[in-house]
Ligand binder design. Structure first.
Ligand code: C2O
Ligand code: CU
Length: 489
């Protein structure tokens, strides 16, 4: 109950200097790697096979669900390394359609970023691709397809990627929750994808079944007095989780993998985790033996429902020592933007139901919102431009171009009637203000949630050369106009 299944041991832990280490001859049919700098650290090899599978999402009493999964499980296996190590992940596509894998939140060379038509050709059915990159930052990350994401992620393709700190925080144990939201039929089958417009124009493919580590109603057995690090990853297409922990006072200690000064929650405070985002909590199990507490999600429809139960076992024989409040752990080596000299830009988001587009540019033409909706199935714009989605096989011109090393401050304004989690690839930004007010601690994030009518300023150094996607992580919005890219040269 401490994670989504057994952690597969890396195939090889030995230091391997060239692309073909001992024991890897079986992979000679894989795509040839582009030249990369020699690994500085240990290499960890993993294999992911994306294929149809059947899993007991609603429990073994109910009908099983046909999904698409990595290595047969939902979520996919934990991919894990220490900071400074190199990951080499052999991906095999046994799906009935092309795919790619994106390593969400990882700063890596652009050729490894997994965006079809932008950073690599799609991996066709029956083909393979080897991703290889150093992990510079510790934290909680994840992986998912970037090809036809709204369907592939909804069908179950996603998994956690954890990079361990040099000195991890002092806790008794670690727990990983991959939270997801599924739209299921009464027979627990994945509901069809044949009427996507409603989802695109509203808040995305909202589900009716929430899972923790691929099962409904997780029971988490805990010991009175223990201190836990709880990593939460939201892999849902559209659902924003708003969690409360009745009876407990967790600290939020990392956002999107990056440490923040731990902030303690009140019993009624919401921990908001948008699609794509992660949170690391330090949670002291302050309940008594035999007690049971629900962890509650406060859904936007006003429904409060139980996500999981903390079930207290017997007291330990030696009582737990009193613990000081957790301290901030070491920062990742992120480049600090120079706010004085930064290039200042803004990004205005428009479209969707209850507002909608008047006109916008689409593939070089100015079109009415009605034409965009009816003839192209497009509903959203960034700065008046509706970005062509993946189905066009190209991504048009960049939204912005930056010189390598340039500091950027971007004001993002949500002029729509829906919240949008905006994600930048290949870089990590600071959120420096919200709605004109300085943001406490200026957290480092890769995904920032813009509430309805909200505004946020983000700042980063454009230091990673290449073309980097910048998009809404509500996957139905990504597909209908809210996905452009920035170029760093
Ligand atoms: Cu998590 Cu562009 O994606
Ligand atoms: Cu959106």
């Amino acid at each position: 109950m401490t994670g989504p299944g057994p952690i597969p041991s890396p195939i090889s832990r030995r230091r391997v200097l060239s692309g073909m280490g001992g024991g890897l001859a079986a992979f000679s049919a894989f795509t040839v790697l582009p030249p990369l700098a020699r690994a500085r650290g240990n290499i960890r090899d993993y294999r992911l096979k994306a294929a149809p599978a059947t899993v007991p999402l609603v429990g073994t009493q109910g009908p099983a669900t046909d999904v698409w999964a990595y290595n047969g499980g939902v979520p996919g296996p934990v991919i894990r390394a220490k900071r400074g190590e190199r990951l080499r992940i052999h991906v095999e596509n046994a799906l009935p359609q092309p795919t790619t894998v994106h390593w969400h939140g990882i700063r890596l060379p652009v050729g490894m970023d997994g965006v079809p038509f932008l950073t690599q050709p799609p991996i066709k059915p029956g083909e393979s691709f080897v991703y290889e990159f150093d992990v510079e930052d510790a934290g909680t990350f994840w992986y998912h397809p970037h090809f036809n994401s709204s369907e592939q992620v909804a069908r179950g393709l996603s998994g956690p990627l954890i990079v361990d700190e040099d000195t991890p925080p002092d806790v008794d144990r670690e727990i990983l929750w991959v939270v997801d939201d599924w739209r299921l039929t009464e027979d627990a089958a994945i509901a069809s994808f044949d009427r996507p417009f409603h989802d695109m124009v509203h808040g995305g493919r909202f589900g009716n079944t929430v899972t923790v580590n691929g099962r409904i109603s997780e029971d988490l057995a805990v010991t009175p007095g223990e201190r836990v690090r709880l990593r939460i990853v939201n892999v849902a297409n559209a659902r924003i989780f708003r969690l409360t922990f009745p009876g407990h006072r967790p600290w939020l200690a990392a956002i999107d993998g990056h440490a923040v000064p731990p902030r303690q929650f009140g019993e009624e405070d919401w921990l908001v985790i948008a699609p794509g985002a992660r949170a690391d909590l330090i949670l002291d199990m302050t309940g008594e033996p035999g007690e049971r507490f629900a962890v509650v999600d406060n859904s936007p429809e006003g429904i409060r429902y139980r996500l999981a139960d903390l079930t207290y076992g017997a007291a330990p024989s030696a009582p737990a020592p009193a613990r000081p409040a957790p301290v901030t752990w070491a920062a990742n080596p992120l480049p600090e933007p120079d706010l004085g000299t930064a290039t200042r830009l803004s990004l205005d988001m428009e479209g969707g139901a209850m507002g909608g587009l008047q006109t916008a540019m689409f593939m070089g033409e100015k079109l009415s919102g009605r034409d965009l909706a009816r003839n192209h199935g497009m509903f959203w714009s960034f700065n008046g431009i509706v970005y062509p989605p993946m189905k066009y096989g190209h991504h048009g011109d960049p939204m912005f171009s930056f010189k390598r090393g340039e500091s950027v401050v971007m004001t993002i304004r949500n002029k729509t009637a829906f919240a949008h989690p905006i994600h930048l690839h290949g870089h990590t930004f600071r959120v420096i203000s919200r709605d004109g007010k300085p943001e406490p601690d200026r957290p480092w994030q890769d995904t920032v949630l813009l509430p309805i009518d909200g505004e946020a300023e983000i700042a980063f150094v454009a230091d990673n050369p290449g073309d980097w996607m910048f998009h809404c992580h509500i996957l139905e919005h990504q597909k209908s106009g809210m996905m452009g890219y920035v170029k760093v040269v």
